[in-house]
Design a protein around this ligand. Structure first.
Ligand code: GTP
Ligand code: MG
Length: 242
């Protein structure tokens, strides 16, 4: 149902705030206390016509709290299954060992780096990340002002645009519009089959109406098709209506 994008990073880096910025909502709970998010939360969003499932997660850190440890293990589980990871780093505080560890992990996966809180005075700059991945994968953001959030969305879309960038087991029907069109076309084809079961070959015009509708749906996905031409072809082969 869309590419899964999992936001990971240290507590307080701004993961929930960034997810909210991309969703355009206040869905995720945000607070100044590190360890605010205790459960993974998923939301579907359409970015530039592509469906993504954004997952907000509990911040990664060493902790003595059993509940937080459980939350962190869920974060790791989610991250392992993600199509794309977005590592969120707080530029207004010093980089930590956890940050560097996360960077190494990100480099092995399809991922983006969000250098967040860029509205605040900087403690370090992007080159200090020594990011081993592609340079284009670093985006400076401010979840507070919204700066860079459009670019983060555009980078996500770009990452999935090349099918080779992200490996999936099943072909992804990522454009929401395409998925709806395919579902509609499927419904119409089912209706056509049902009509043939009920009426045999006595009501070809009813079947044709459903087929025409299915073609119109599919034509919306590819370049505009000449329906008459397609119908002529189909009818010449199946002798419907003759
Ligand atoms: N100035 C500034 N503050 C931000 C920005 N992004 C987040 N914050 C603030 O940083 C604090 C933490 O934000 P959260 O989004 O809750 O951080 P988180 O990474 O989800 O934290 P955990 O859920 O604890 O892991 C909140 O007080 C936010 O308002 C930003 O870009 N600029
Ligand atoms: Mg959070």
């Amino acid at each position: 149902d869309g590419y899964s994008v999992v936001f990971v990073g240290r507590p307080n880096a701004g993961k929930s705030s960034l997810v909210n910025a991309l969703l355009g909502t206040g869905r995720m709970i945000v607070s100044h206390e590190p360890g605010t998010t205790r459960d993974t939360v998923e939301e579907v969003v359409d970015l530039g016509g592509v469906a993504f499932v954004l997952t907000d997660t509990a911040g990664l850190r060493r902790t003595t709290s059993a509940a937080e440890r459980e939350a962190i293990s869920r974060t790791r589980e989610k991250a392992a299954g993600a199509d794309i990871l977005v590592g969120v780093f707080d530029r207004s505080v010093a980089l930590s060992d956890e940050d560097r560890q996360l960077l190494e992990e990100l480099a092995r996966r399809p991922s983006l780096v969000a250098v967040n809180k860029c509205d605040l005075p900087a403690h370090w700059s992007a080159p200090e990340l020594k990011w081993p991945g592609a340079a284009a994968a670093i985006v400076e953001t401010s979840a507070r002002t919204g700066a860079g959030c459009d670019r983060l969305a555009a980078c996500l879309v770009e990452l999935v645009a090349g099918e080779t960038a992200v490996q999936r087991e099943t072909p992804a029907i990522s454009r929401v519009r395409h998925r709806v069109a395919l579902e509609n076309a499927t419904d119409r084809l089912r209706a056509a089959i049902e009509l043939m079961h009920v009426h045999g070959d006595r009501a070809p015009e009813l079947v044709a109406v459903e087929l025409r509708a299915a073609i119109t749906e599919l034509a919306g996905i590819t370049e505009p098709l000449d329906n008459e031409e397609v119908l002529d072809k189909i009818f010449s082969q199946f002798c419907i209506g003759k």
